[in-house]
Design a protein around this ligand. Structure first.
Ligand code: NAI
Ligand code: COI
Ligand code: MG
Length: 354
């Protein structure tokens, strides 16, 4: 059998991004050594604030071209709160990547590995387990390029909900629910009691729901969803929502299972995908060697699963199982989860578990 080589573009980015990304490359190298007839070709590329400071371009053409031509992209985090474009906005090339590569589906799984890691009472490992799917190319982020008139007395942002983007993100959510085989339920998170854009989102969602008669579909307002996530997370199986609601709720959801260091993500498009933790560059802990790399490792596992090769899928499961094995011991934690292990030390534990 011939060997299949997967080209992975590695974009460490800013703050803790490169720290966690480097550790995931270690994990993927270990996985590679255990797979049959599969190799990974990692290529590092410059991106983010660091690159902006050097070249004036946070997403150079060479980096973008590499993302387009690679089999998948592994990304750490980008942006720093105090480094801004002259228009006052932060440097956020991950949003350009999502829009330019058409990565419409921000898939953010939330899973409790150990009951010790949730602030909620009475949930054992595996009993908090749902996926939030966030539309990632429009919604309330659509107006992000608007120029603010410095003399204006008002400012506006535009929420764009298009039929095409809504159809594809809703279909993705239903397909995920079918594949998970859990409660087989998709909940639309909207604000259709107030916003016409959300009435439209709901109309398109209901059309898609009719295509999936084996999956239960329901709706929940975004404010009530925030309550139910904290009071009764088992109400949810797959949630689908617009960009900003998903951005906010995915951080809240991460808090249910140990924090940002436990929240992986995959930005999925028709022909490309970027895998990165849901967290940002965490400048408050950058350079200290204490960032929790597990969200990054679980994102790397999502990448292997998405590559859709039986050996890569086996590798994805090996990472998930190793993380579960390490987290079964409450002593094995980074400081954000009350432990003492460094970024490298917890990865060493995961490598041993593999
Ligand atoms: N996808 C991306 O690249 C994202 C980039 N950002 C950018 O990152 C910068 C910082 O944003 P923040 O609002 O502070 O969000 P953040 O997610 O970077 O940090 C929020 C809190 O979570 C902690 N945290 C995050 N990841 C962690 C990890 N792996 N291990 C341990 N603790 C972790 C941080 O220390 C901080 O206390 C900003 O410039 C923001 O725009 C924010 C979110 C996503
Ligand atoms: C630049 C941010 C909007 C990114 C973010 O918060 C996210 O991807 O969750
Ligand atoms: Mg976010």
């Amino acid at each position: 059998m011939s060997t299949r080589t997967f080209r992975i573009a590695v974009l460490g980015g800013d703050g803790i991004g490169p720290e966690v990304c480097d550790q995931s490359v270690r994990v993927l190298r270990e996985i590679e050594s255990r797979l049959n007839n599969v190799t990974f070709d990692f290529e590092n590329h410059h991106v983010g604030v660091g690159e902006y400071r050097v070249s004036g371009n946070a997403l150079p053409d060479t980096t973008f071209a590499a993302c387009q031509s690679s089999d998948a992209v592994l990304l750490g985090a980008m942006g720093l709160p105090n480094v801004r474009y002259p228009n006052g906005k932060e440097i956020a090339p991950q949003l350009d990547l999502r829009e330019r590569l058409g990565l419409y589906g921000g898939v953010r799984p939330i899973r409790l590995f150990n009951e010790a890691d949730t602030p909620l009472k009475g949930y054992a490992a595996g009993e908090i387990d749902f996926v939030l799917v966030r539309e990632s190319t429009e919604g309330l982020f659509y107006g992000r390029d608007a120029v603010l008139d410095p003399d204006a007395d008002e400012a506006f942002d535009t929420m764009r909900i298009s039929r095409d983007c809504t159809l594809r993100v809703c279909r993705l959510a239903f397909e995920i629910a079918r594949k998970r085989g859990g409660k087989k339920k998709v909940t639309l998170i909207d604000k259709a009691n107030v916003l016409s854009s959300m009435v439209f989102f709901r109309k398109v969602f209901d059309e898609v729901a009719a295509e999936f008669p084996d999956i239960t579909a329901d709706h929940c307002y975004v404010d009530a969803s925030a309550l139910f996530l904290v009071r009764d997370p088992q109400r949810f199986d797959v949630m689908v929502t617009e960009n900003m609601f998903g951005d906010i709720l995915s951080d809240l959801a991460a808090g249910l299972v140990g924090g940002m260091g436990m929240a992986p993500s995959g930005d999925i498009g028709a022909t490309a995908a970027v895998f990165q933790p849901s967290h940002g560059s965490a400048p408050d802990i950058a350079g200290l060697g204490v960032a929790n790399p597990i969200a990054m490792h679980l994102s790397a596992a999502m990448m292997l699963d998405w590559l859709d090769h039986p050996e890569c899928k086996r590798g994805a499961k090996m990472i998930d199982d190793a993380v579960a094995k390490v987290l079964a011991d409450p002593a094995k934690r980074t400081p954000d989860m009350g432990g003492k292990l460094s970024t490298t030390e917890i990865t060493d534990e995961i490598l041993k578990a593999i």
